[in-house]
Write a protein that binds this ligand. Structure first.
Ligand SMILES: [Zn+2]
Length: 228
């Protein structure tokens, strides 16, 4: 046998082993859930993809429903709060049948957020949400559509620069508020249209506030749309 023939024979053996490995690995993998990213930062969102029989996921005291997808699998989003504690935790994924739940390790990485001081006029600093406004916000968060209309990637609502990123620790007139910035602020010229970050249904519209319900899992809320 020439050296070329040996090399070709080896290649064929490797190739056939590889295809056998794919053949046997595929049915096993189909039974398991996967998460991304493998290591999540504070303030980020965990994506959970599962076979159809897995219906909910729980990390510490926070749970997420897994929704049916057009391909027959299920998908859910689990937010990691800026205030969560970094470390390694177990994600428990439960099924709607008698099968055993699956646990996956989740690594929450330590994440450093900058501080940002916001100068406020005394009459603005004294403003607080009314019970009616808080009830309205809660109703947005609780209203989850079974029909998904959003898709990746999400687009920024305007082209302007970011004046305040998500997660910064907020100071009002030099004093820590104990709160972090739960959104993203952008500056853009007056008159530029503000677009929803993805497709959805408008559930609420009032001067300076619009809520877009993209269906399932998350709500996009544009507030304080004013020139300052
Ligand atoms: Zn903001």
């Amino acid at each position: 046998m020439s050296s070329h023939a040996i090399a070709r024979a080896r290649t064929m053996v490797v190739a056939s082993l590889f295809s056998a490995a794919l053949f046997y690995a595929a049915p096993l993998q189909a039974q398991k859930c996967t998460i991304s990213p493998a290591q999540v930062k504070l303030g980020e969102t965990l994506r959970i993809a599962c076979p159809a029989e897995f219906t909910s996921a729980k990390l510490n005291e926070r749970s997420a429903k897994l929704y049916p997808q057009p391909d027959g699998k299920r998908f859910g989003l689990l937010p990691i709060s800026v205030k969560d504690v970094p470390g390694t935790f177990s994600l428990l994924i439960s099924r709607n049948d008698d099968g055993a739940p699956q646990t996956l390790p989740v690594v929450i990485r330590k994440t450093i957020f900058a501080s940002q001081n916001v100068k406020l006029a005394p009459e603005i600093e004294g403003l607080h949400s009314t019970p009616e406004e808080m009830a309205l916000l809660t109703s947005f968060r609780d209203a989850i559509s079974e029909i998904r209309s959003w898709a990746d990637p999400l687009a920024p609502p305007v082209s302007g620069c970011m004046t305040s990123p998500f997660g910064v620790k907020r100071l009002h007139n030099g004093k820590y508020t104990g709160e972090y910035h739960g959104g993203v602020d952008q500056r853009t010229p007056a008159g530029e249209p503000i677009r929803a970050v993805t497709a959805g249904t408008i559930t609420f519209a009032r001067q300076f506030n619009v809520d877009v319900q993209p269906g399932r899992i998350f709500t996009g809320c544009f507030t304080s749309m004013a020139s300052t």
